[in-house]
Design a protein around this ligand. Sequence first.
Ligand code: C2E
Ligand code: MG
Ligand code: MG
Length: 591
Amino acid sequence: MDLTGQDTRNRQEGENDFQNVLTDALIMMVDDEPLMMEVVKAYLEEVGYRKFVLVEDSTAAIKVLEETRPDILLLDLMMPGVSGFDILAAVRAHDTFSRLPVIIMTSSTDAESKLRALDLGVSDFLAKPLDKSELFMRVRNTLAAKAYQDQLAYYDPLTGLPNKKLFLERLEWSINEAKRFNEHLAMLVIAIDNFTRINATVGPSGGDDILKQISRRIQGTIRSVDLLGLSSESDSAKISLFRTEGTAFSLLLDRIKEEESAALVAERLLDAIREPIKVENTEIYVTASIGIATYPEEGNDSASLIQLASSAKDYTKARGGNSFQFSSQSINEMYNKRLSLETQLRKSLKNGNFILHYQPKVDVRTNTIRGLEALLRCNGEGGIIPPNVFIPLAEETGLIIPIGEWVLHEACTQLKKWHEGGRVPMTMSVNLSVKQFNAPSFLSSIKRIVSGSSIDPELLTLEITESLLLENIKGKISILNGLTDIGLKLSIDDFGTGYSSLRYLSHLPVTELKIDRSFIADAVHSSNNRAIVLSVIFMAHCLGLQTIAEGVETQEQLSFLRKERCDQYQGYLFSKPLPAEEIFPLLPPLT
Ligand code: C2E
Ligand code: MG
Ligand code: MG
């Protein structure tokens, strides 16, 4: 390959880009002599500049500046009303435009005015009458210096995209425009899913490469989107992309027709991102989570739009990513609730706010306690939080691992205490989540906790659900065997509600089936449910398994279970789950 040729071509392309940046610049002039401005404009057009704003009325200068956001200001000093000095001072004091390059055009040769203008931070001077080549040179140099500074301050060196700083300024401006012209706009936050994991796989430079490729794909998608299809009638929509975080981009959609336009763009983006990416000769699959917030439907100012879009993105991510989600106050509120619940769970784990309640497992024939099931509660700020509220979140966040270890440890310790307090040793059942089961350290942590508590492992039953058996059953069976090898017992909880294959039941090292409460609740009145309960008991007994009915609330249900030879039951009829100190007196003393 002709490297020199390639190099020259690249350099030429770079210079062309740079030339475009300059001639694309918006040049604003403020002068009380319109003819003067027309002349300057005509000169500059000769060398390719195309965008001008001419302001004759100096009192309107700052307002026009805010609306049009020029790249450079050519300012006359001597004007009636508001003078060039006043405008220059106002620009330098402006929140957004304090660094705008300003060239003073003045016929005054008076050194004092020049000094005053320099004090106010003028960028350069042009003497009237104008010299054409001096005009070209000063404008070009000033714009070039600005472009270089902008590049450093406003652009991300990796992707070349405008950065968060520019995004915040642009968003503010877009919202003002939308307010002025009664238009809709949308902002999208696009975050790459599992980037930490990807980075760990391909290394930091591979990670950078992926970010660059994704940014190019997003740009390509934006270019190919039919802007007219998205636009409000009068004007065409505008899409601008920014790199706002390490692994997140933000997209601004100005002047869109309706909210759905943003969904269309989001779908296209997801499609483009999903395509395999080649990094160092391996193909990587990357997905993204997109959150969308719209003005004025959902948010009225930049802070709330950013917050709404970002919560919608987090919500999408938490649900597995590779998708997009509109923000809405309700989603936002829900997300904040989840966030505060997660914070509470973390705090509870640290401050010991978890407690166990225990529910007796009772012999159907003799009505005596045969064992206990440990059920987790969290003492939240507003009272006790039930497990079906926080367990799913604990599973999603991985907190279930330390929480589960705490439960097992606490249940074993309690069993030991009761025994030492002079009660007959009981079996203790502890619920396990599938997530715990999938953790690589699962088996070793169970072994550590059980042997550390010095209870007889035979007294411990672990309750698993059918969902555990939905995938990789063979792998799971070998872990289950690992558990029974150390003497633990296994039980299948909520039996009948999952979709596990009955074929595997005989291969599992379990000793009991717990018939789900939903079948028991109606067994007395619904012949279908009665049939299910009967068949489960029959099948379990054929396989040599014990049966436990869950949620027994009435004497009638108990009589039915007794007649059908169910082995044990749990339910409010005998006792609700109770704190340890209230269980103690119910346990039979050692004789
Ligand atoms: P589960 O293991 O099937 O527990 C039985 C649930 O039924 C308990 O709800 C219990 O309070 C309730 N219950 C018992 N008898 C009756 C009754 O007669 N009527 C009615 N209506 N309900 C009854 P709880 O304590 O709210 O627990 C709900 C689920 O949360 C448990 O279902 C279990 O799957 C999960 N869970 C509880 N503790 C833990 C834990 O430590 N770890 C894990 N991974 N999950 C847990
Ligand atoms: Mg259970
Ligand atoms: Mg159950």
